[in-house]
Design a protein around this ligand. Structure first.
Ligand SMILES: [Zn+2]
Length: 590
């Protein structure tokens, strides 16, 4: 007697092999048979006409706080994500001294760098830990719908060990490095998936300082990395500006070879002028592999982008003098004022305040590369779809057009601004990076950048747009795309017990009506603790999402089942993570 039989679905098993129609049998949270399988089951799901795929594995989230209070890690579970990995970009909440000022400092870093409302973090996080293993235990105690894995964040470790010296980015002494390494060793031994660090000047705190660890020298980076070699466990992850990419790649290669460890690194490109560098880095990865290095480029499916709205963190008028009095108002009050023709006139007639800062100038006056995200949001708009072009056709100024667009949908409409990598006004470069044999789809930043981003929807959009709807160039096959977000993402985080639909694998499964699969128009909602704000983008088309054989979401609604677990990494070479038994189903089976 099986616990569950999924019948007659179109099985896209994550391996990349051609889809086939068949059944899947589940027992005790695991897949036990796939294909022409018959037999009795306590529950049967008729999947005729539906795609049956593994649950999505999201490698790049910032749920470190939210995972301590939200069992669904929304919006991950709304988009079929059944495993997410956090502790990316070197930021997280452990270790942290049991001291209000230290805790506040960690919250401010997360608020400043990842745009997660500080009040929500302060109210939501219960701080039942000091050390990283204690943090894992706290995560482990909490019932949850989906699986999560955590990485040890450099920023927290450096601050914990070095205090103010660490925050001021002073060089670490040999003793500091030894103490940091021992904390990372302790974290890995407790089941951390890896260690991450940030080397980008884009990540700055409210005081304009880069994050602790950004300028860490080779002794510190390699000294911590050596722990992975010694323990034979864990992955090293980083984000870097790669302003000196050959030097950066050289120490990463050395780190990987000397410690036999995998290095995950964020690879994005900013402009066409930057494209040759990206290609050279991809080639470097292949050459390094021949020398025994495992370097995995993590690439986004969308360009680095921000969404703008009246209720978001940014809008094109945010630096206008005439907008300033409205900025701090409650949303409804602000909307009423924005609808006042005199207020509108004053704001749209103001000369855009250029600041000589590339990103800020793109926000206030980059209307040739800002687009309206309406219903059926288009993340690959053509140049003619820009607000500048639409305004010309409508006989108004771009500022007027943007202003009025933002007022649509009760002032909830958002604009899409690809900050980097959209010079060609197409996603061809993104697809080329994704299609590279060494890269892994990543960078959704799930749970972060709450006031400007909703890229947690990437897996839904991958299937609905890059597989099904794209007309402007090549598309991925369904089998390729599923593999990209399951087998490849799971393996690149060292997870070997999930990512495909095969006997023995965890029964993390999405059952999808591909014709209906769609992302909603993003909008700001206020459902974080303390009424915290976030940009939320819903999905339709997921009929069932299962974790360990239990349906956690059905037709977009949570079922209440909480079979998710903290994933504790295992030694490299073990083929499977420890089984998580499902006591009740075993009893029923007996
Ligand atoms: Zn990140």
């Amino acid at each position: 007697m099986y616990d569950l039989l999924i019948c007659d679905g179109k099985i896209v098993d994550g391996s990349g092999q051609p889809a086939f129609v068949g059944n899947i049998a589940v027992l005790d949270g695991r897949i036990v048979a796939v294909g022409d399988v018959q037999g009795e089951a306590r529950k049967v799901i008729d999947a005729r006409g539906l795609v049956v795929a593994p649950g999505w594995v999201d490698t790049h989230s910032h749920m470190d706080g939210q995972a301590t209070w939200d069992p669904y890690c929304s919006p991950a579970s709304n988009h079929g994500i059944t495993t997410l990995v956090m502790g990316n970009c070197g930021v997280g909440f452990a270790p942290c001294k049991p001291d209000d000022a230290e805790r506040q400092r960690m919250i401010e870093v997360m608020e400043d760098v990842e745009d997660i409302p500080g009040a929500a973090l302060a109210e939501g996080i219960t701080w039942e830990w000091e050390t990283f293993p204690e943090y894992l235990d706290a995560l482990d105690r909490m019932p949850r719908a989906i699986d999560i894995g955590a990485q040890v964040p450099h920023c927290a470790v450096r601050t914990y060990v070095m205090g103010e010296r660490g925050v001021r980015n002073e060089p670490a002494t040999a003793d500091d490095v030894a103490r940091m390494a021992s904390i990372v060793r302790e974290g890995l031994a407790a089941g951390a998936v890896g260690f991450t660090t940030s080397r980008t000047q884009l990540h700055t705190t409210r005081n304009g300082e880069v994050m602790p660890g950004t300028y860490a020298d080779a002794d510190e980076l390699l000294g911590i990395g050596r722990v992975i070699g010694e323990t034979g466990q864990g992955i090293y992850g980083l984000v870097s500006d790669f302003s000196n990419w050959e030097e950066e790649m050289a120490w990463m290669k050395r780190l990987s070879i000397e410690n036999d460890c995998q290095v995950n690194f964020v690879l994005f490109y900013r402009s066409e002028a930057d494209w040759p560098r990206v290609q050279q880095q991809l080639q470097y990865v292949k050459d390094a592999r021949a020398e025994g290095a495992r370097l995995i480029p993590h690439v986004g499916a969308r360009p680095v982008n921000i969404l703008m709205g009246w209720e978001g963190t940014v809008n094109p008028f945010m630096f206008h003098q005439n907008y300033a009095p409205l900025a701090g108002l409650a949303p409804e009050e602000r909307l009423a004022r924005l609808r006042d023709p005199a207020v509108r006139r004053a704001i749209v007639d103001e000369t855009p305040p250029h600041m000589g800062h590339d990103i800020m100038d793109k926000i206030v006056d980059g209307f040739d590369n800002i687009y309206v995200l309406a219903e059926n949001p288009d993340y690959e708009p053509a140049g003619e779809d820009s607000i500048q072009h639409l305004a010309e056709r409508a006989g108004v100024t771009p500022a007027e057009y943007a202003y009025d667009a933002l007022l649509e949908n009760d002032g909830k409409r958002m604009l899409y601004c690809p900050l980097f990598g959209y010079d060609l006004r197409s996603l061809d470069r993104q697809l080329e990076m994704l299609a590279d044999e060494s890269s892994v789809i990543s960078l959704a930043d799930t749970g972060a950048h709450c006031g400007v981003l909703s890229d947690a929807s990437i897996p839904t959009w991958l299937l609905s747009y890059l597989v099904r709807d794209r007309q402007r160039g090549a598309r991925f096959s369904l089998e390729q795309a599923v593999r990209m977000h399951t087998l490849e993402t799971a393996r690149c985080m060292g997870l070997t017990d999930r990512g495909t639909l095969e006997a023995g694998m965890k029964a993390d499964i999405n059952i999808i009506d591909l014709d209906q699969l769609a992302i909603a128009s993003p909008q700001v909602i206020y459902d974080l603790p303390a009424g915290g704000r976030r940009v939320y983008q819903g999905a339709t088309g997921y009929r069932y999402t299962l974790v360990s054989g239990e349906v956690i979401m059905q037709d977009g609604a949570p079922t209440g089942a909480l079979p998710g677990r903290l994933v504790r990494a295992c030694k490299q070479g073990d083929s499977h993570l420890p089984n998580t038994p499902q006591p009740h189903s075993k009893e029923e089976a007996a």
